[in-house]
Design a protein around this ligand. Structure first.
Ligand SMILES: [Zn+2]
Length: 148
């Protein structure tokens, strides 16, 4: 018999503020998934966007995009290539990042199993969902977002 999983308190706390359709899909997916997962990021604050954008960029580069200069960390590795630092769909609660549990960022097969459950859950609930693993360029395996 298939193992049953539930969302941890930490995962549930990270669903707060998400678009209600996306929250329902995640809650349905944990009931049917073959691969346990954790929610690593839901709604992203403006502050977190600034922190991400500042990584690998100078104060001038930050200011050019409206990011306060104090977030510049030119010596750190870049983590985002967004043209607009605030354009992530995480900001509006339309995106969520899920990672296999126990946490494993390297096993693509586990991410694929999560995507199977998420897609099935979305279908069951009549929600249009995109998976970052299906993107043609710069794949984002933990990332799911509402279409449109
Ligand atoms: Zn994401």
């Amino acid at each position: 018999m298939r193992k049953k999983y539930i969302l941890s308190k930490l995962s549930l706390s990270r669903l707060v503020g998400l678009h209600v359709e996306l929250e329902s899909v995640v809650k349905r997916a944990i009931e049917i998934t073959e691969q346990d997962f954790v929610v690593v990021e839901g709604v992203r604050t403006k502050e977190q966007c600034y922190i991400n954008y500042g990584k690998g960029r100078t104060a001038e580069q930050c200011k050019a995009k409206g990011v306060p200069a104090q977030y510049a960390q030119p010596k750190v590795a870049k983590v985002t290539w967004l043209n607009n630092p605030l354009s992530s769909r995480h900001v509006t609660g339309h995106a969520v990042d899920l990672v296999p549990y126990p946490v494993d960022w390297n096993d693509l097969n586990k991410f694929k199993k999560i995507s199977v459950a998420m897609k099935q859950a979305a279908k069951d609930l009549g929600v249009a969902l995109d998976w970052g693993g299906d993107w043609r360029s710069s794949k984002d395996y933990p990332h799911f977002e509402l279409k449109g």
